[in-house]
Design a protein around this ligand. Structure first.
Ligand code: PEP
Ligand code: MG
Length: 322
């Protein structure tokens, strides 16, 4: 079996630069998640079609004061340079919750994961986001930049972020930019039809979406077995997001860990997800897995999974079809 897995990995590696197309001709974009600039040079080598999630916290953490424009510009430029024209999806600063900045003392909160985190923190400190957006747009120039805001739950948060972006874009004028939001909070999936009219894209953060849908701490070892993104409730939210986006001609990615789960893959494809962004080392394998399925069987499976009672049943369904 181990030999078989090695053969599969070798085969996947050999075909890593080819697109991920299902047996019946449906193409899924496969991108890589990055958490710093150190591995940017490996993205293209791994066969990724771009970066689907650049977690930018690394630029802000481990320092005594907020990074200035030049420091950020250098970091983002280096990723763009490594991508050689491929798209870069950047998530703006997402601290609060479990991550804090030394120069921005944590507010005392009973429930930090339900408190001032992600876009909410930026709304309290707009200069942080303003500098970040300016650096991103300047670094991009005419290269494909996709900016997304984390932890959006309410329309007012999106509107606030968008107007800040519009102000800076009017000054900097990068030419190939899309603006989107992460879908990490059920309220956004439930209201996806409204958001889809204004955003250019959605990227589903299944780690947080699962946590907030099931009300289970994503870091809890005790709840790990139950807290499964294949819970049909989470799948329904993904479907609502995709359907709403496609009705407006917008695209949807998945950048949470679920995208790297081979059992989840046919379901995400069947639900209509356009892009999977996964851990760098898994890129060749995810592409190979897409090639093993047909869109029609993925759709059938997804339809059945939506009607299932729980995640173990969904896993069995896919297991039986593999
Ligand atoms: C997610 O929530 O799925 C996600 C991609 O963001 P992070 O894991 O950084 O919270
Ligand atoms: Mg998240």
């Amino acid at each position: 079996c181990q030999q078989g897995e090695r053969d599969l990995a070798d085969l996947a590696w050999a075909h890593r630069h080819e697109p991920a197309i299902t047996r019946d001709g449906y193409r899924v974009e496969v991108a890589a998640n990055l958490g710093n600039t150190a591995r940017a040079a490996e993205v293209v080598e791994a066969g990724a079609e771009g970066v689907g999630l650049l977690r930018t916290e690394f630029v802000f953490m481990a320092r005594r004061s907020a990074p200035d424009l030049d420091a950020q510009l250098a970091a983002y430029r280096s990723v763009f340079d490594a991508l050689d024209g491929r798209p870069l999806v950047v998530r703006t600063l997402d601290v609060g919750g479990d991550k804090s900045l030394p120069y921005w003392p944590e507010p005392k909160e009973g429930n930090p994961f339900l408190g001032v985190r992600g876009i909410r923190l930026c709304m309290q400190k707009p200069a942080l986001l303003e500098t970040q957006l300016r650096a991103l747009l300047m670094a991009a120039g005419d290269r494909p930049l996709r900016i997304m805001f984390p932890m959006v739950a309410d329309w007012s948060e999106w509107r606030w972020a968008r107007s800040l972006f519009d102000k800076i874009q009017a000054e900097v004028q990068a030419t190939n930019v899309q603006l989107g939001i992460m879908v990490e909070v059920p309220s956004v999936a439930l209201n996806a039809g409204v958001f889809a009219q204004e955003v250019d894209f959605f990227s589903i953060g299944t780690n947080d979406l699962t946590q907030y849908t099931l009300a289970m701490d994503r870091g809890s070892a005790e709840l790990a077995a139950l807290s499964d993104g294949l819970n049909p409730a989470v799948l329904r939210l993904i479907k609502m997001t995709v359907d709403a986006a496609h009705a407006e001609g917008k695209w949807v990615g998945v950048c949470g860990e679920l995208g790297s789960d081979p059992v989840a893959l046919p379901l995400l494809v069947g639900l209509g997800v356009d892009e999977l962004s996964v851990t760098l080392r898994r890129v060749p394998l995810v592409k190979a897995q897409v090639r093993e399925w047909s869109l029609s069987s993925c759709r059938q499976l997804a339809e059945q999974a939506l009607k299932a009672s729980d995640a173990p049943t969904v896993r069995q369904l896919v297991g039986a079809a593999r």
